[in-house]
Design a protein around this ligand. Structure first.
Ligand code: PLP
Length: 489
């Protein structure tokens, strides 16, 4: 049993599955545009936004879904989103400019993250909402509004350090936001700048998968809204940030089996499952396993819109009633800033197989690809998921059946493995075959691509199925309107 291949098959929604079934298009595109190559699916992106909106709709909550742009640089995705009712969260001057150039108006943009004066000025100038990190940023924003005669600026207070009374479940330390303990100081600043700043509400963004931490934060925000009201402001928004997560894997059983076998391998009870015995954070001390598995929970049945829905149905830790109900009763709209979850199933990264050779020490075969670890950031994010083998021709799988391989990148660097995990493929690939890394649109497609060694960074192509045929255009050529002759090749 433990010799059976340890597959971690990707979860493929119908669009992505259909795209990878027609391996003719991926091959033709890589032939023409080179490897690596990124494909994005704007229609899936629009569908995901609609699913997030429907969570609000079912609960009769007003509000907005802001796409956290930092997850992907694509123009096609941002332009397609602009044609829906969704909004956008810009974390840099460049992202803000991109959103404006893609058709978003300031009232559909929120700016978050570290802000330099230029970024803050353009945000204020175009009427975006500023998700403010702290008192200093509020002061800077008020000064800009005064100095440049800008309209009154909508601001949202980013809070952190929430506690559940009794048990001290503190949310983890963050470099962003202001501790709720220091809310008073923020309100003092707002009080001095009533002409310049309009506080619309409060929010948080927690980099955690824990629903309990988020429930505590949401309740903390509802209390903060009351504080603002007591000071004579009219807040009407709670922003629950991002972090709704993605379910990357098709089968829970494969994930459970893999993590069990990895632990056995680390304790020497089975041969290694990784390059050089890498243990993903586990270690053995006196025969027992210590440390924590530093991996993304790749099989996550509760993710995306479903996770948001669950959060809203949870009882508030001290007030006891469902958080969604409390939001309604306090007349608050809900803002959310999904990044990864909104890009779920919206992209794939293709890499061409260049060389396949046996390992000199009898380990798994070495498969060298025309892409590197920066081009497909799954490992960097701790996401373990198999690539899909797209054969060049219609060659049936070679003899021998499933094999374990190590995937090597194109950099002249020992550490450049696409993943340190031994990857099981249904058959040994041949040079010229493609490996398709599914579901890379959230952070794993262009966030860490570098152009190191002057290796090419991936071009990006938007694809869509029209009347049963997959069509494509370059990402920058995509607009959400059809021209005569269509938008795609
Ligand atoms: C990164 C980020 C997000 C998006 O997080 P995801 O985990 O991708 O959903 C949302 N809001 C802020 C402030 C962020 O920094």
């Amino acid at each position: 049993m433990s010799d059976a291949p340890l597959y971690l098959e990707p979860r493929l929604a119908p669009r992505l599955a259909s795209l990878l079934d027609t391996s003719g298009l991926p091959h033709a595109l890589v032939d023409g545009l080179g490897s690596p190559l990124n494909l994005v699916l704007p229609e899936q992106f629009a569908q995901n936004a609609a699913e997030f909106h429907s969570v609000l709709g079912r609960r009769r909550l007003g509000g907005r879904i802001y796409f956290a742009h930092k997850a992907n640089r694509s123009s096609a995705l941002v332009r397609r989103l602009c044609a829906t009712g969704a909004a956008l969260d810009a974390a840099s001057l460049g992202e803000l400019q991109h959103a404006l150039a893609s058709g978003f108006t300031g009232d559909r943009i929120m700016v978050t993250g570290p802000k330099d004066p230029e970024f803050l000025w353009l945000a204020a100038r175009c009427g975006a909402t500023v998700n403010a990190d702290g008192a200093g940023e509020l002061e800077a924003a008020a000064a800009l509004v005064g100095a440049y005669g800008l309209p009154r600026l909508r601001v949202l207070l980013r809070l952190s350090g929430f506690e559940v009374s009794g048990v001290r479940v503190l949310s983890r330390r963050s470099r962003f936001g202001t501790s709720v303990k220091d809310l008073d100081a923020l309100l003092d600043v707002l009080g001095r700048h009533r002409d310049a700043l309009e506080p619309v509400g409060v929010g948080y963004h927690l980099d955690t998968t824990s629903l309990d931490e988020k429930a505590a934060a949401l309740e903390g925000c509802l209390r903060a809204v009351e504080e603002l009201r007591l000071r004579g402001f009219q807040p009407h928004v709670v922003d629950v940030g991002g972090g709704f997560g993605v379910n990357y894997l098709a089968h829970a059983a494969q994930w459970e089996r893999y993590t069990t076998e990895l632990t056995r391998a680390v304790t020497g009870r089975r041969p290694p499952l990784t390059w050089g015995g890498h243990a993903y954070g586990l270690r053995v001390e006196n025969g027992t396993v210590k440390g924590a598995l530093g991996l993304y929970p790749a099989h996550r049945p509760l993710a995306g819109p479903g996770y948001l829905d669950e959060l809203l149905s949870l009882p508030a830790p001290t007030l006891g009633r469902p958080l969604g109900t409390l939001l309604l009763e306090s007349l608050c709209d809900l803002y959310a800033e999904p990044g990864r979850a909104l890009t779920d199933q919206c992209g794939v990264t293709l890499g061409r197989v260049l060389e396949v050779r046996p390992d000199a020490e009898g380990g798994p075969h070495l498969v060298r690809l025309a892409l590197n670890a920066g081009d497909v950031g799954l490992e960097d994010h701790g996401v373990l998921v198999d690539p899909v083998l797209l054969r060049r021709g219609s060659t049936p799988p070679g003899p021998g059946g499933p094999v374990g391989v190590h995937l090597l990148g194109n950099l002249c660097l020992e550490a450049d493995l696409i993943t340190r995990r031994t990857v099981f493929l249904p058959a040994l690939p041949d040079p010229g075959d493609l490996l398709a890394f599914a579901n890379t649109a959230g952070y794993c497609m262009d966030f860490t691509a570098t152009g190191a060694q002057r290796q090419p960074t991936a071009r990006k192509v938007a694809v869509e199925e029209v009347d049963g045929t997959w069509r494509w255009c370059l990402d920058e050529e995509y607009w959400p309107v059809t021209r005569s002759g269509g938008r795609y090749a």
